[in-house]
Design a protein around this ligand. Structure first.
Ligand SMILES: [Zn+2]
Length: 136
């Protein structure tokens, strides 16, 4: 997924990479065979996200009280593309809950050690050595 994102590869190209890599793997080894499967796998690992429609001018997210709104209450821009049979949002935002991401950072010993660096490794002697040593 990291290579796909960094190279801006299409889903079709990514599927072809997976197919090629799978052909080279020994029997019994498994790797997802499609972009869809990779996304599902990542969601199961806690790297999922929620898609929320947004105003094209970044005024509001259509959630909560605005979930059923058809235009932005601030700038009056329509929420959906016109001329489509189904409602297709003009802009969408992806939201990843912070707690899920933080929990993932503590799942391996090495990452958890890095996450605790501020608490475990810093010297607490009233000297200003790191921005977090300051009161603010
Ligand atoms: Zn707006």
């Amino acid at each position: 997924m990291n290579i796909k994102i960094q190279t801006n590869s299409s889903d079709k190209a990514f599927n072809q990479y997976l197919e090629l890599i799978n052909e080279g793997l020994p029997n019994g080894e498994t790797l997802p065979t499609s972009f869809y499967e990779v996304k599902k796998y990542m969601r199961d690992l806690g790297f999922g996200y929620t898609i929320i429609d947004a105003c094209p001018n970044n005024c509001v997210l259509y959630r909560g009280q605005l979930e059923a709104a058809r235009e932005c209450p601030k700038c009056k821009e329509p929420r959906f593309k016109s001329g489509k049979q189904k409602d297709v949002a003009l802009k969408r935002a992806r939201y990843s809950p912070i707690m899920d991401r933080l929990q993932q950072l503590f799942t391996t010993k090495d990452l958890a050690k890095d996450m605790r660096w501020h608490k475990d490794k810093r010297v607490d002697d009233d000297m200003l050595r790191h921005p977090t040593d300051g009161k603010t």
